[in-house]
Design a protein around this ligand. Structure first.
Ligand code: XIL
Length: 796
């Protein structure tokens, strides 16, 4: 039992339990391996090595990665020669052998980094000037045939050499560029298809490695894929394709080289998404960079937070089998010497092997982990990136219950509810996504919500339903006769129509993304319908009403009666309980920046903010957990152009549609200042902050140099935490401002325009930066009213 281990928070604790022991016992005994990269030079039995380093590496870890000792340029320092039609290789295995022997002596599993990596091409391979003038390996130095032979020999000979001794191989590393395109390499050209293509060499490398050691687990390794990035989506598509082609790939390695301000939000979801493809997932090279100067104080705590989140994410996902650190002491981290000069204190132990807060935090997470509370019954995001030509497509259930929905006739290409996102697209005839069994017990209280956009309002349609024997037990959809949203439930004994339903008072607009929620509140005997997070209508069936039990599938975009949706759906959530009004409102938020020591977004869209300069300050002393963003000006910076700000990319809001922005702010200077803004090209599309000494929400009339400012002013801006909400209501053509839940006089006949650039905290294109505190920023693509604003939780 994990709970047996009590971990002392003090770094000076005597004989702490090693991480490998805590890790093995974690997850109620279904534990993980915990490891580190080590360097052969430091464990060299023939030279002095470093005894304390060796002892610690042996005692602390169940897993070891040779940091650089297995890469191609190290194992094959001289060009192969040709004899009798065969390549003769002059391998140098001594360094790798040292590490493998060390791990064998200590009963440690080994992960081999990496068989194929663009950055370890041996120096004998001829170079040419790259795009930036720096030398890169010349892909045309050898014929495609020879390139393939070299690659095959490298993979086969290396895996063969260590057959049975190296348990896991990083087969290919970093095959993508940041935007998700193939990274150019010497191997691409050897596989033209019809243009240089990486798929062939990747698939072949896995096949060759598997042929050389059928028992080794083979993974693909990548950085910058812990969040929802273009590269992560490309990697997902690749792994899916490899699996579909029966290529022997068993895992996906997330390098997890991060920095102190990374939220690592959504990491567990990302691990789960990959795990749903049937592979294991691993954290393979973790470090968290902070400044060299950070020997005490808040950066150490922020670092601990990032490590802690990663450990929890791995433990939360059953398919996550190990965490490997990229070095375990600041004395030998690659960060400060190679990757980010000045940011070298990236590991969990000091130069003298003393535990940093990060180490204690990892130990505490391993010892204290409990299964996440599962208060959802199912969650299908459907804003996915999955290739449209994939017949066996499945919408994974990210609630943790493992109730995937098989998609029939899925089509992409629709505008998702946020820029850059797709959605489930219903064709009105045959499309749907169905689970294999029931998700909800319909007689019990439940809540179901979805975002939906209709393209056709001339027929009855279903957004989500769950089957009873002969009809849906419940369904949410669009009713053509009334032109309203409906939520209906079938009655077990009813005569007549056999169901009860509630209609919305609002009329859906074709093409407008709308959040619809149906709640069956059994205790109160009510069917309740919410639209855009707001309670819209309710009915109370007679006391004789007994909801039909449901034993069949949950269907997205369809019902048993054959009605399908013509339009788009995303973010379908099911709960076996009644959600509060505040919870339903929260589900409509498209961005939440809690700013508790992190700039991460914990909403669905997981946009992590980055700050300029890299370090920002947080309120609270270093000993407390920081709980707000604090933006400061430079020392001699009267214009505040040096003040710190946070950038959130990509675009967060559609400013040509209704939206609301909520933020807590605290002033530490006078004059105009902006707390939240989203940029167009010449202007920010809105700014929430202080204008002419007053709280203010302002929208310029156009994205141009000469504009009129459309403004709602509030009371005089003063210091002290203040809650501001700016609202643009496209239908009413109004802008509104709420200051501490008090509505100010709105501005009428307002135009707002589309903006596609960064959302900022503390900055706008056309106004001075913020000086003071900003906290709990929430973004909604709906026009909130006072009722909903009063449901926004207090500052955390
Ligand atoms: C790094 C090593 O730690 C350094 O010593 C070396 O100079 C460069 O490579 N991603 C990877 C690792 O996959 O192999 C890299 O290791 C770090 C980034």
């Amino acid at each position: 039992m994990a709970a047996m281990f009590m971990v002392e928070p003090s770094p000076a604790a005597a004989d702490p339990i090693p991480l490998k022991t805590l890790a093995a016992a974690a997850r109620a005994g279904d534990g993980i391996m915990f490891g580190s990269a080590i360097q052969s030079a430091l464990i060299d039995p023939d030279s002095d090595g470093d005894e304390t380093y060796e002892q610690r590496a042996a005692a602390e870890f169940s897993l070891i990665a040779p940091e650089n000792d297995l890469i191609w340029e190290v194992t094959e320092p001289t060009e192969p020669t040709r004899e009798g039609g065969e390549w003769v290789h002059n391998y140098a295995w001594n360094r790798a052998e040292e590490v493998v022997d060390f791990a064998d002596r200590n009963g440690q599993t080994i992960i081999g980094h990496h068989l194929v990596w663009h950055s370890s091409v041996p120096s004998w391979w001829p170079r040419m000037p790259g795009p930036d003038g720096k030398p890169i390996p010349n892909p045309e130095a050898y014929t495609p045939q020879v390139v393939r032979e070299f690659l095959q020999d490298r993979v086969e000979d290396t895996v063969n050499r260590f057959e049975g001794r190296i348990g896991y191989w990083s087969v290919v590393n970093e095959v993508f560029a940041e935007n998700g395109s193939w990274r150019p390499s010497i191997w691409q050209r050897a596989y033209p298809n019809p243009v240089p293509d990486s798929y062939g060499y990747i698939a072949d490398s896995f096949r060759w490695a598997h042929a050389a050691d059928a028992n080794a687990k083979l993974y693909i390794n990548e950085y910058g894929v812990e969040g929802n990035t273009a590269k992560a989506r490309a990697l997902y598509d690749l792994v899916k394709r490899l699996r579909n082609d029966n290529v022997p790939i068993h895992g996906v390695g997330f390098q997890t080289h991060r920095k102190l301000t990374d939220g690592l939000t959504g990491f567990a979801d990302m691990l789960r998404r990959f795990a749903d493809l049937g592979v294991e997932v691993y954290i393979t090279e973790m470090d968290v960079r902070i400044h060299d100067t950070a020997t005490s104080g808040v950066e150490l705590l922020q670092q601990a937070e990032v490590y802690g989140r990663a450990v929890r994410a791995c433990l939360d996902v059953a398919a996550c089998k190990f965490i490997n650190l990229w070095g375990f002491t600041d004395a030998h981290s690659w960060i400060g010497t190679v990757f980010h000069i000045g940011w070298g204190r990236a590991t969990v132990l000091t130069n003298t092997l003393a535990a940093k807060p990060a180490y204690n935090r990892i130990a505490a997470e391993l010892a204290g982990w409990t299964a996440p509370v599962q208060n959802m019954a199912g969650w299908w995001r459907l804003d996915d990136w999955v290739a449209p030509d994939d017949a066996a497509m499945v919408a994974s259930d990210v609630s943790g219950h493992g109730r995937p929905a098989a998609v029939a006739g899925f089509a992409l290409g629709n505008e998702g509810r946020m820029p850059g996102y797709t959605a489930f697209r219903g064709n009105g005839v045959s499309t749907q996504a169905t689970t294999t069994g029931p998700v909800l017990q319909t007689p019990q209280s439940f809540t179901v919500s979805a975002w939906v956009s209709l393209t056709d309002t001339t027929r009855d349609q279903v957004v989500v339903s769950q089957d009873a024997a002969t009809s849906a037990a419940f369904s949410i959809g669009f009713n053509v006769a009334s032109q309203k949203w409906y939520f209906s439930m079938a009655d077990t004994y009813a005569q007549g129509p056999g169901f009860y339903q509630v209609f919305s008072t609002v009329t859906p607009q074709p093409g407008a993304w709308t959040h619809v929620t149906g709640v069956w509140n059994r205790a109160w005997g009510r069917l309740v319908l919410y639209v855009n997070g707001k309670l819209n209508a309710a009915v109370a069936p007679p006391a004789s009403f007994l909801p039909k039990a449901s034993t069949g599938s949950l269907r997205i975009g369809a019902a048993l009666n054959g009605r399908h949706l013509a339009g788009s759906i995303s973010d379908v959530r099911a709960y076996q309980r009644v959600l509060s009004d505040a919870e339903i409102l929260d589900a409509t938020s498209l961005g939440y920046f809690g700013l508790n020591g992190q700039t991460g977004d914990t909403s669905f869209f997981l946009r992590d903010g980055s700050s300029r300069p890299e370090v920002i300050r947080w309120l609270g002393t270093p000993d407390q957990m920081p709980n707000a963003l604090r933006l400061t000006a430079g020392p001699n910076d009267s214009t505040r152009i040096e003040a710190v700000a946070v950038d959130i990319r990509p675009q967060v809001l559609r400013t040509d549609r209704s939206y609301s922005v909520s933020a807590w702010v605290n002033l530490e200077a006078t004059g105009d200042m902006v707390a939240v803004a989203q940029d167009g090209i010449h202007r920010s599309a809105f700014r929430l902050g202080v204008r002419a000494g007053k709280w203010s929400f302002a929208i310029p009339s156009a994205d141009a140099d000469v504009v009129t400012m459309q403004v709602v002013n509030g009371p005089t801006a003063v210091a002290g935490w203040t809650h501001l909400v700016g609202v643009y209501d496209a239908e009413a053509r109004q802008i509104r401002l709420y200051v501490n839940n008090v509505a100010q006089t709105p501005a009428a006949n307002v135009t707002s325009w589309a903006s596609a650039n960064t959302l900022h905290l503390g900055q706008a294109l056309d106004a001075p930066r913020w000086v003071g505190g900003i906290d709990d920023v929430r973004i909604y693509q709906t026009p909130l009213t006072l009722n909903e604003i009063s449901l926004i939780p207090a500052r955390s």
